[in-house]
Design a protein around this ligand. Structure first.
Ligand code: F0G
Length: 482
């Protein structure tokens, strides 16, 4: 996405693609949204897509495909074993990451399962810049523990720090010293740190952290699911890389790691996943788990069509015009809301615009899930489906007490190439309205709480009649049919 100049005003984000296939949207009246929300147990994961106008839940598996990706899907090689589609995909990944061995898996968390089974024992510690929900769940299920060593400033909602996902190198050294190398299963660095607002990691930090891991003989793992956004920021925010091609930056990052895994629902814009491994022995030590849990080694639970699509998608992830669309739309959204006074995570990151719910609805205690409540309010007031990324997305402590998240965020994801700028304008408008009526929003409490990954399937209720009062105020402003 080049900075196209305008005659009359400052540049705005500009799509470098045109729309060829569309899906009709449906905007239900507010009253109907309220009844859908009640049925969904105040959990946006449980809403049916037909009831949603702007689906900003996630960028996972819902990015728009290109004509070339679709064309690739028309020419797959269907075979249980030895599919040429797999070999084409592996060749592309080898070219991009410079690692020889490739294990396919049906999505990112399947890779996390395999890595946890291979390396985690009861009592092991896994070092991370920050955890991701599914990565952590697999580790704790096996009796392991996660140490999050992101720089303190990564958790400050407003900052000028360009790389808030960076791991703190002093904390890293101290953690290795404290835990002992033999108790550390691996170090996992997440590009485009999801749960703290899609904040990127600098190439320099990847290099420094991996050098420390290497010195101590600790396996280094890159979660590359959000690498495409991270690469955009490496190029635009890291002076040393501004003239370096995306492919070269990618290789410089990849060269630091022993293992790279990804969700191809994000990286590659299709649906699948995979693990790249540098060392032959390590590769052989994990193959069985693919055949046991995923499928044969040349499909790993993926459809051959998706493998063809992602092979093209990986190439597109190396193009600046493609990878800058998401971050530029996000920055536009963040800037406009920030100017209005809506508490946003700044600077804007990848994946989506993140609202700081702890300041937006500061009157709701953390025990009543402020980010969850705000997520529901945005659906009621505009049919916008975001995702809670706060205490609801945490698991309880072993003693059953609530584990309060360090940040209470509502994520409005911008799946790549999906929405237009006028749709983003609509979202900005409705978020402003909700901000001006934030005193009407109240808390939530669980009525059905699963023990693991409760945010996916749990059911909640409002702590008062606030949803009814909020919808009444909304209808007064916009009429019955909006
Ligand atoms: N790692 C990161 C950084 C992710 O964001 C995700 C998924 C995964 C791993 C797991 O991949 O979904 O293919 O199993 N993130 C999605 C999201 C769910 O909405 O942020 P998966």
């Amino acid at each position: 996405m080049p900075a196209i100049k305008f005659y009359d005003h400052e540049p705005i984000p500009m799509e470098m693609h045109k729309v060829k296939i569309v899906q009709q949207l449906n905007l239900l009246p507010a009253e109907e949204r309220l009844s859908k929300m009640r049925k969904a147990g105040f959990n946006t994961f449980k809403l049916h897509n037909g009831a949603i106008f702007m689906d900003m839940l996630t960028d996972s598996g819902v990015n728009a495909m290109s004509d070339k990706m679709l064309a690739g899907m028309m020419m797959p090689d269907d075979a249980y074993a030895g599919s040429e589609s797999f070999y084409r995909m592996r060749a592309k990944l080898r070219e991009i990451f410079g690692m020889k061995y490739c294990l396919p898996a049906h999505q990112g968390r399947a890779c996390e399962n395999i890595l946890a089974l291979r390396f985690v024992k009861p009592g092991s510690c896994v070092i991370m810049n920050y955890h991701f929900t599914t990565a952590k769940a697999h580790i704790t299920r096996l009796g392991g523990r996660v140490e999050e060593l992101v720089k303190d400033e990564g958790l400050v909602s407003n900052s000028d720090l360009p790389f808030k996902g960076d791991i703190d190198l002093d904390k890293l050294e101290a953690c290795i010293e404290r835990e002992g190398v033999e108790n550390i299963a691996f170090m996992r660095l997440e590009a485009g740190t999801n749960l703290i607002g899609g904040q990127p990691v600098s190439v320099q930090n990847f290099k420094d952290a991996c050098a420390i891991a290497r010195k101590h003989g600790i396996i280094s793992v890159l979660d590359a699911s959000l690498l495409q956004d991270n690469l955009y920021f490496n190029k635009t925010r890291e002076e040393k890389y501004k003239d370096v091609p995306i492919r070269t930056i990618t290789r410089e990052i990849a060269d630091q790691f022993d293992i790279i895994y990804f969700s191809a629902r994000k990286f590659g814009f299709a649906r699948g996943g995979g693990i790249m491994i540098r060392d032959r022995e390590l590769f052989h030590s994990m193959e069985d788990m693919v055949t046991m849990y995923e499928g044969f080694l040349t499909y790993g639970g993926m459809s051959v069509r998706e493998m063809e699509a992602m092979t093209v998608g990986f190439d597109e992830s190396m193009e600046m015009d493609v990878i800058s669309q998401g971050p530029q739309f996000i920055q536009y959204c963040v800037d406009r809301l920030d100017e209005y006074g809506v508490p946003m995570i700044t600077p804007g990151g990848g994946l989506g615009a993140h609202i700081d719910a702890s300041r937006f609805v500061s009157h709701i205690p953390q025990s009543e899930y402020p980010a969850g409540a705000l997520t529901c309010a945005l659906y009621l007031c505009g049919g916008i489906r975001g995702m809670e990324r706060g205490t609801l997305s945490e698991e309880r402590n072993p003693d059953g007490s609530e584990r309060f998240a360090s940040m209470e965020l509502v994520r409005l994801a911008l799946p790549r190439r999906v929405f237009t700028l006028s749709q983003v304008e609509y979202v900005i408008d409705r978020v402003k309205w909700v901000y001006d009526h934030r005193h009407l929003i109240g808390g939530l409490r669980f009525i059905h709480e699963p023990a693991t990954l409760r945010f996916f399937t749990g059911k909640l209720e409002a702590t008062s009649d606030w949803p009814e009062r909020l919808v009444a105020a909304y209808k007064e402003e916009f009429g019955d049919d909006q």
